[in-house]
Design a protein around this ligand. Structure first.
Ligand SMILES: *Cc1c(COP(=O)(O)O)cnc(C)c1O
Length: 350
């Protein structure tokens, strides 16, 4: 498969906006070319449009070349960039799964791209036969999410590899929660499959949701095209600098992830023992999905007592779901205390 054939003609032929400073970036010169303010304050100059310093660190960390990395203003910008660059409005389609992360279909709708939604199996895994039935020559992207939001389970890497092999469209693997699991990333498959795009983020395990930094890993030809489409200055100076600084603290990162994983296990056991829930799903992410026929009441009970969770009612497969993020020890203690109160209200000890 030729990756170029997946890209819209107008995008393939796009002449990108040339940043004022592309060729003189590293010169020690007086810059009177970009109409910036000359008064130094740390962010009076435009940022590096290719985020070279940050990408160098990330590429090294993820064991890929910098040419295989694109950064977005959150993963959401990369999802939009992909859909806009590959899918012809009113003609092409994407395949998504339900339940699932809804940003893919929102982005598609904004771009007037058809969404083919396939229900997961009862085990919340993609049904590959249904994918084959739904996929046609106008299918440009299949979006997978692993660990899955909102369930927290994993799609086997061998299934992902097989999908890349048999599909002549892009396979996007959204790994927003990959740092919370021991399962291997699909990044390892990039060398073999041009039609694979791996999406990660600094928003979750790295604790930088407020900075807005999403990472895309893919074949260098596709990355080069997306670089021409993205707004040149999509990542601000302060976000780039702060991420570079935060990424240096690998020990802090590992400690935080280990803490979340310990707390995840503690919550899981407590949820199971509470007897409150119909189902408690084991999770490879930093949240736990539970279900209950009283989901609405429980949700509102927690809310009244100052804890916000997320109701997930996505029939037919998921009804009465509540997705609960793993907080710090004190936050989780508070949650468990409230669940104990709830149990006592339903089942008085007398
Ligand atoms: C949280 C999340 C993201 C991250 O989005 P950002 O825009 O990078 O903050 C991406 N995909 C899924 C499935 C998520 O749950």
């Amino acid at each position: 498969m030729e990756i170029e054939s997946l890209i819209r003609k107008n995008i393939r032929e796009l002449k990108p906006y040339r940043c004022a400073r592309d060729e003189y970036e590293d010169m020690d010169a007086v810059f009177l070319d970009a109409n910036e303010s000359p008064f130094e304050n740390g962010f009076n100059r435009y940022p590096d449009p290719y985020q070279r310093c940050l990408k160098f660190i990330l590429a090294d960390f993820k064991q890929v070349a910098a040419e295989n990395v694109i950064l977005g203003n959150g993963s959401d910008e990369l999802i939009d960039l992909l859909i806009r660059s590959l899918c012809r409005p009113g003609i092409d389609n994407i395949i998504v799964f339900s339940p699932g992360y809804t940003m893919y279909e929102v982005c598609a709708a904004i771009n007037d791209v058809e969404v083919r939604k396939i229900n997961l199996t009862v085990n919340f895994l993609p049904d590959w036969r249904k994918v084959e039935q739904q996929r046609d020559c106008c299918t440009k992207i299949i979006f997978l999410c692993t660990p899955h939001n909102p369930v927290g389970n994993i799609i086997p890497l061998s299934d992902i590899e097989n999908l890349c092999k048999v599909s002549d469209c892009m396979v996007v693997v959204d790994e927003a929660y990959i740092d919370f699991t021991d399962m291997p990333s699909a990044i390892g498959l990039l060398e073999r499959y041009e039609n694979l795009f791996v999406l990660q983020t600094l928003s979750k395990a790295w604790g930088m949701a407020g900075l807005r930094l999403g990472m895309g890993f893919a074949n260098e030809k596709l990355i080069a095209v997306l670089n021409r489409v993205k707004p040149p200055y999509n990542i601000g100076v302060l976000a780039q600098q702060t991420a570079v600084r935060t990424l240096k603290d690998r020990d802090g990162f590992r400690n935080n992830v280990a803490c979340i994983r310990r707390e995840r296990e503690r919550l899981l056991q407590a949820f199971l023992q509470s007897g409150i829930f119909e189902k408690v799903y084991p999770s490879e992410a930093n949240f736990i999905l539970v279900t209950s026929p009283q989901a609405d009441e429980l949700y509102r009970f927690l809310l009244r007592n100052g804890i916000v969770t997320r109701l997930r009612d996505i029939p037919p497969l998921l009804t009465g779901g509540i997705r609960i993020t793993v907080g710090n020890r004190e936050e989780n203690d508070r949650l468990l205390g409230l669940l104990a109160c709830w149990t006592n209200k339903l089942y008085p000890s007398e």
